[in-house]
Each structure stands twice: as structure tokens, then as C-alpha cells.
Design a protein around this ligand. Sequence first.
Ligand SMILES: Cc1cc2nc3c(=O)[nH]c(=O)nc-3n(C[C@H](O)[C@H](O)[C@H](O)COP(=O)(O)OP(=O)(O)OC[C@H]3O[C@@H](n4cnc5c(N)ncnc54)[C@H](O)[C@@H]3O)c2cc1C
Length: 289
Amino acid sequence: MYPASFDYHAPTSVDDALRLLGTLGDDAKLLAGGHSLIPLLKLRFARPAHLIDLRRIPGLAGIRADDDQIVIGALTTHRTLERSTLLRGVLPILPEAAERIGDPLVRNAGTIGGSLAHADPGADLPAVMLALGAELRTASPRGGRTIAADDFFIGLLTSALEPDELLTEIRVRRPGPATGGAYAKRPHPASRFALVGAAVVVTLGAGETVSSARVALTGVGERAIRVPAAEGALVGRAPDAATIERAATEAAAGVEPRADLQGDAEYKRHLTRVITQRAIARAVERARG
Ligand SMILES: Cc1cc2nc3c(=O)[nH]c(=O)nc-3n(C[C@H](O)[C@H](O)[C@H](O)COP(=O)(O)OP(=O)(O)OC[C@H]3O[C@@H](n4cnc5c(N)ncnc54)[C@H](O)[C@@H]3O)c2cc1C
């Protein structure tokens, strides 16, 4: 299928993009890597009258350190996340997730901002943002705001972004000492989207007990979610095999996966336990240094 016809706009600054968003309103859609939007246009599930291509706007892509934060531009591709030496050193969970996205073509074009805005229930990066406690910065003709990752993913393909809002950057606090994060995933055999993905960040405190934990899942519901019961099973305890197993079991008990061609709900719950266990174990290993 071919998309319905639309007017194409290629602004060269955020201000120009915002002006277009302000005047075109709901008739316009932002385009980043196109790897989620273009298929929707071709299937005519989306029929915007205007496309605003963000890729000519300088400054929206790239990764930098800013005091105690790591700042990732919304137009940064999965490939750039995967190859970033800064991220590999400071936030290895991000390249670990990015390198598992789709295939090289998808990773070369797809962007972190597009992935988060699209809020696909099987996307990898939303879970990583939840585990990292990231902040998402936006701009709009009405001004900008900061949205906590915890408040960003609302439902199936639905984020907290308003139609005239542009995601500009993602900010993640540089992890403190004895903190480790990891992402584990069982990919769909064809698309590579997550059948189950688990993102975990833990901090170890005195006596090597877990002082804080964030456990997030993707693929097993309408949106990426945190699992407080799994986090509670870790905090205050030594992260030995039994504790990790208990937390992973809590994670599996807390989801209602949909049965599909890849397996029934029980199988998906089993996968959730195994994948979460792997992610926690690796996060703990990294926290120990
Ligand atoms: C074959 C295939 C396999 C894939 N496998 C995986 C996988 O394994 N894991 C995974 O996580 N993803 C996977 N994806 C999705 C891929 O990561 C997409 O690139 C991503 O979901 C969307 O990013 P994009 O830059 O292509 O966004 P686009 O397709 O350009 O846009 C997606 C949506 O986000 C909006 N948008 C884009 N940028 C912004 C912004 N800065 N501010 C506000 N709104 C914005 C657009 O308006 C649109 O609604 C796959 C895609 C394909 C085609």
C-alpha cells in the first residue's frame, strides 16, 4: 500500500518545527526515523495531512555529559546508542538494549525519541527509561516541560505527549557508586520486538544489601511497566540467588500477558520470570563492579 498524500515539511530549527506544529495542529505528524510511522502511513492506519521531518534540525541528536546527568537527544539513533563509548562506560544498560533492537537497518534509522513517543508495547527502550528513572524534556508552542518516565507511558501506543509537543531530549542521572543496570530480552523471532524484556537498575548499600531497585518490563502488557512487588522483594536484602529468584517470581506474578502465536499466558509468565532473573543477576554483578 502507498500512504495517502500529505504535505512534507523539513524545518531546520526547533522553533520552525514548533511554528508548524502550532499552525497545522492535529493535521500534522512528526517524522523521525520513520520505522514505526511509515508502516502506519502505508497501511493507512495514520493519514496525517502534513509530515514534519525532524531530521534536518541540528542539535536534536547526540549524547553528552552535563554535570551529573547524561543527555541524549531525541533524534539519536539506536545505532549511536549502541556504539557510544560514553554510554558503555556510564550506562551500559542502554547500549545493551539498543543493540538488541530489530536489525541493522532499523537501528541505523530508528531513534530513541521515536521509540519513546510511539510507546509500542514490545519496544525495548521504554522499559530501560523506567528502570533508569529518566526525565523526558519536551518543547511545544505553549512552552516546554519535563516528564518523568514513570508518567510518560500511558497505554497502548499512547504516551503523555500532546499532539503539538516535541520530545527534545532524555536526561538520566549519572549512576552513583555500587549501582548497576542490565537489560535482558526474549525477542520475537521475526520482528525482534520484545516478547518479554526486563530492565533492572539496583544499588547496593551497606553489607551488600540492595538499597534501591527499579525493575521494569516490556512486551507483557499494553505498555512498559514497573513492577513494585519485584523491587520490594530486592530492597533491604542481600541479592543472593534465592532473593533474585523471589523477585523474578514476583515480576512474573504481576503481569497479565496476552496469549498469541508465540505462546500462551503461562508460557509468557514463565519467560518473564527467567528474563527478569537474568537482568537482575547481571545488574547486581555490575553493581559489585
Ligand atoms: C522491522 C522492525 C523491527 C523492529 N524491531 C524493534 C525492536 O526489536 N525493538 C524496539 O524497541 N523497536 C523495534 N522497532 C521499532 C523501531 O525501534 C522504531 O525505529 C521506533 O519504534 C520508532 O522510532 P523512529 O525514529 O523510527 O520513529 P518514527 O517512526 O519516525 O515515529 C514514531 C512516532 O513517534 C513520533 N515521534 C517521533 N519522534 C518524535 C519526537 N522527537 N517527539 C515527538 N514525537 C515523535 C512520530 O510522530 C510517530 O508518531 C522495529 C521496527 C521495525 C520496522
